[in-house]
Ligand binder design. Structure first.
Ligand SMILES: C[S@@+](CC[C@H](N)C(=O)[O-])C[C@H]1O[C@@H](n2cnc3c(N)ncnc32)[C@H](O)[C@@H]1O
Length: 297
């Protein structure tokens, strides 16, 4: 039977929902492990691994603000239901005009509930900010978006986090990956999912060679285990950093479709890779198990 995968309330492009089963099978986390996820995005990976202790961080302040508010009970699943019922009704009455009203309000006031509203009613559930750091994703054109069933789904997604926060010690930090990773020691496990070089669509979500090298230096020298999500190749290119920088790692690869573009031709088939500094135990045939050190020293 397929295991149930928890989906978080805030969605993001590049969300790793499909990789959760194979990641869960291959991470090494015990009661005492401090899970560090410096590119949390939606948080889907760590939220499913459900470590006792964790630092979830991201450079996007609105993601962190949403979860900090949940943690501090400034917003609750009950408040989310009330908010989405009220504002979902306004969306069904005023349609597009209301979406852009909320977008404008969010860009001035940064209310985490408006952020949730926008994230769940915008085009393709994307998070994208322009160079002025304004949320600029257009409307998804579904005035009846916030149906009773849809609101209940989002409320249950928030309830799961509320329940986790009662038993787990989770911190949410708006910080760079360098700062988050400086908190790692030998009892930590690091899961990294940085943006892919050259594919950025968002001003919080850019990545260049310098960043990749900095991440390499930190991970190469860290005292604990890590797993890094990256891309391996597509029909046109291969990720040369796997050979040049990450050659000390073990690797699993898998074919995965990104449903970012609305049109079929915008979807590029991408073979993803998981790189680790320890031997993987995975035997699932979903991933091509290349469980060997790539280029041993
Ligand atoms: C590919 S997404 C992570 C997706 C996530 N694993 C998921 O499944 O939802 C990359 C994330 O890294 C964040 N990010 C980009 N540059 C960063 C940096 N220098 N330090 C910390 N976070 C960064 C982005 O805001 C984005 O949320």
């Amino acid at each position: 039977m397929n295991e149930k995968i928890y989906v978080p309330p805030i969605k993001i492009q590049g969300i790793k929902t499909k990789l959760v089963p194979v990641i869960k099978k291959n991470v090494a986390v015990s009661e005492n492990t401090l899970w560090i996820e410096p590119f949390m995005g939606s948080g889907v990976v760590g939220f499913n691994v459900k470590p006792r202790k964790a630092i979830f961080s991201d450079i996007n302040p609105y993601i962190i603000d949403f979860y900090t508010n949940l943690k501090e009970k400034k917003i609750t699943s009950y408040i989310i239901r009330e908010f989405l019922e009220e504002h979902g009704k306004l969306l069904s009455e005023k349609d597009e005009k209301y979406y852009y009203e909320v977008r404008e309000r969010f860009n001035n006031e940064h209310n985490p509930l408006d952020f949730l509203f926008l994230n769940r009613s915008c085009f393709n559930g994307m998070i994208r900010f322009n160079r002025e750091y304004k949320f600029n994703v257009p409307y998804g054109h579904k005035p009846e978006r916030f149906s009773k069933a849809y609101i209940t789904k989002i409320v249950n997604q928030a309830k799961y986090i509320e329940e986790c926060l009662q038993i787990c010690d989770w911190r949410f930090e708006c910080t760079s990956f360098e700062e988050a990773l400086s908190q790692a020691d030998e009892n930590s496990f690091i899961y990294c999912d940085p943006p892919y070089i050259g594919r950025h669509v968002d001003y919080y979500d850019s990545w260049n060679e310098d960043d990749e090298r900095k991440l390499y230096e930190i991970l190469k020298n860290c005292e604990c285990r890590f797993m890094l999500s990256t891309w391996d190749h597509n029909d046109y290119r291969e990720n040369l950093y796997i050979k040049s920088l990450w050659s000390f790692c073990f690797k699993l690869t898998r074919n995965h479709f990104y449903h970012v573009g609305a049109k079929e031709q915008n979807r590029n088939s991408m073979v993803e890779a998981l790189l680790t500094n320890y031997e993987l135990s995975d035997s699932s045939n979903e991933f091509l198990n290349e469980n060997k050190q790539l280029y041993p020293a």
